[in-house]
Design a protein. Structure first.
Length: 394
C-alpha cells in the first residue's frame, strides 16, 4: 500500500512520519492528520488519506473532522478562562450562576464537581425522546430538574454527554453567549486555530466523513455505548445519552450534527488547530501559570472507581478540572505524568506538556477503540515524538 503523506516534518522527527505511514499501512487509518509543537514551533504537521469512505475526497491541510470527547478539553478550557478572569468561582454553587439548577437537592453542588465528573448527573432523570441532544434548552432544563444519580461529590462517573451541557450552560450564564461562540471569540479565533463547537454551515464542505472501524458495518455504527452504571442497572441512562451514543454515522456525518453544539462530543477540528490551542497551554499566554497548575490537579481518590466506565485504574484517579491527567497508562501523552489533555471515541487525542513545552494532536475519521488502550495509532505517534525529542536533547 502506497501512502502519500503531505505536510512538513522537522529534521530529527522523521520517525513520527514513519509511524504515521504505518497507521495507514498496518493500523487501518482512512484519513488522518497529526501535529506537534516544541517550544512553540511546529515540528510535525502531516496529513494523508481520504476524507470520505469512497476515496473521492482527499484529506487536505484544512480538513475538519469530528473529535468526539476530545471536545471536552476545549469546553473545560472555556471554564478555566473565566476562572482566570475572575468571572467564575470553581467552589461556588452552580446555582449561583444557574438558579434553576438548585432543584432536586442540587443547591450546594459546586462548579468544580461538574468539571471533575462528580455531580452525579450522567443523564436526565426522564426520557427526552429522539433528537433531544440537538435541543439545548430541553436538555439543560431537564438536567436542572434532575436529582443526581448518586450523592454528589462521593464518587466520580464519566459524564459522557452531559458534561458539555452542564459546563456549557454555566459558561453561557456567565458570558451571555453559547459555549461554541465563546470558544471561537475568546480562544480559537484569536489563536487562529481551526476548532469549532457548532461548526458553521459554511465550513461543512471541508468536514471529513466518519467511517466505522475496520470489519464493522459502516452505516449504522456510532461510538461504542457506555456500559450500564454500576448499582444503577435497573435505571438505564436516559435517551439524551443513549440517543447520542447510538447515533449512526449517517447522522454524525450530517449537517444537523455538525451545526449543533454538543460540547462534550461534537467538536470539529484539524490536528493543527488542536495543537495550536494546547501550545498556548504548554508554552503560556492563554492562562496564568497558577490556573494551569490548578486545572491539572487530580480530583479523584486513590483506587476510586469510575461508576460509569467501571474502572478502578489510574485513569479513574486522574480526572482533574475537566481534563485528564494521563500518567502514561497507555502512553497517550508521553512520559510526563503532568501532561494533560483529552481523547475521544474513535481515537482522536490532544494534550499539552508544559514541562517539555510540547503540544500534540491527532485526528482521524476511521473509528477505532478510542482511549481504551486497544487503539495504538496515536500511542505510536506520541512515542516516536518523545523518542525524537530525547535524541535531539542528548
Amino acid at each position: 500500500m502506497t501512502v502519500r503523506v503531505h505536510g512538513t516534518c522537522a529534521p530529527g522527527f522523521e520517525s513520527v512520519r514513519e509511524e504515521f505511514v504505518r497507521n495507514f499501512t498496518e493500523r487501518g487509518d482512512l484519513g488522518a492528520s497529526v501535529a506537534a509543537t516544541v517550544d512553540g514551533a511546529f515540528v510535525v504537521d502531516l496529513w494523508a488519506g481520504d476524507a470520505d469512505r469512497t476515496g473521492t475526497r482527499p484529506w487536505e491541510r484544512d480538513t475538519l473532522v469530528n473529535i468526539y470527547s476530545t471536545t471536552k478539553g476545549m469546553t473545560a478550557l472555556c471554564a478555566h478562562l473565566l476562572v482566570d478572569r475572575g468571572e467564575l468561582d470553581l467552589d461556588a454553587p452552580v446555582a449561583r450562576y444557574w438558579p434553576r439548577f438548585a432543584q432536586a437537592g442540587k443547591a450546594d453542588i459546586p462548579v468544580r464537581w461538574l468539571l471533575s465528573h462528580r455531580s452525579g448527573l450522567i443523564a436526565p432523570g426522564e426520557p427526552l425522546g429522539p433528537g433531544a441532544v440537538y435541543d439545548w434548552e430541553k436538555v439543560t432544563e431537564a438536567l436542572a430538574a434532575t436529582a443526581p444519580w448518586w450523592p454528589p461529590g462521593t464518587a466520580q462517573g464519566y459524564h459522557a454527554v452531559t458534561f458539555g451541557f452542564l459546563v456549557g450552560e454555566v459558561v453561557r450564564r456567565v458570558t451571555g453567549v453559547s459555549l461554541g461562540a465563546f470558544l471561537r471569540s475568546e480562544v480559537t479565533g484569536p489563536l487562529g486555530a481551526d476548532v469549532f463547537v457548532g461548526t458553521p454551515a459554511a465550513e461543512h464542505g471541508r468536514c471529513a466523513d466518519m467511517a466505522s472501524a475496520v470489519g464493522q458495518a459502516g452505516s449504522e455504527l456510532g461510538p461504542t455505548p457506555e456500559p450500564p452504571v454500576r448499582g444503577l442497572d435497573d435505571h438505564p441512562l436516559a435517551p439524551v445519552t443513549l440517543a447520542f451514543r447510538y447515533l449512526p454515522l449517517s447522522h454524525v456525518n450530517g449537517a444537523a450534527y455538525r451545526s449543533a453544539e454538543i460540547p462534550a462530543a461534537n467538536g470539529h477540528a484539524t490536528a493543527r488547530g488542536l495543537a495550536t490551542v494546547y501550545r498556548a497551554l504548554a508554552c503560556g499566554g492563554l492562562l496564568t501559570a497558577d490556573t494551569v497548575e490548578r486545572l491539572r490537579t487530580p480530583q479523584g481518590g486513590a483506587g476510586e472507581p469510575d461508576l460509569v466506565l467501571r474502572l478502578t485504574t489510574s485513569l479513574a484517579e486522574t480526572w482533574s478540572w475537566g481534563l485528564g491527567l494521563m500518567p502514561n497508562q497507555f502512553g497517550q501523552a508521553g512520559p510526563n505524568p503532568r501532561a494533560f489533555g483529552h481523547g475521544g471515541a474513535g481515537g482522536s487525542y490532544a494534550f499539552a506538556d508544559p514541562e517539555n513545552r510540547v503540544s500534540y494532536a491527532y485526528t482521524m475519521n476511521r473509528m477505532g477503540a478510542g482511549t481504551s488502550g486497544e487503539d495504538l495509532r496515536s500511542v505510536h505517534l506520541v512515542g516516536a515524538l518523545y523518542k525524537a525529542l530525547g535524541s535531539l536533547n542528548h
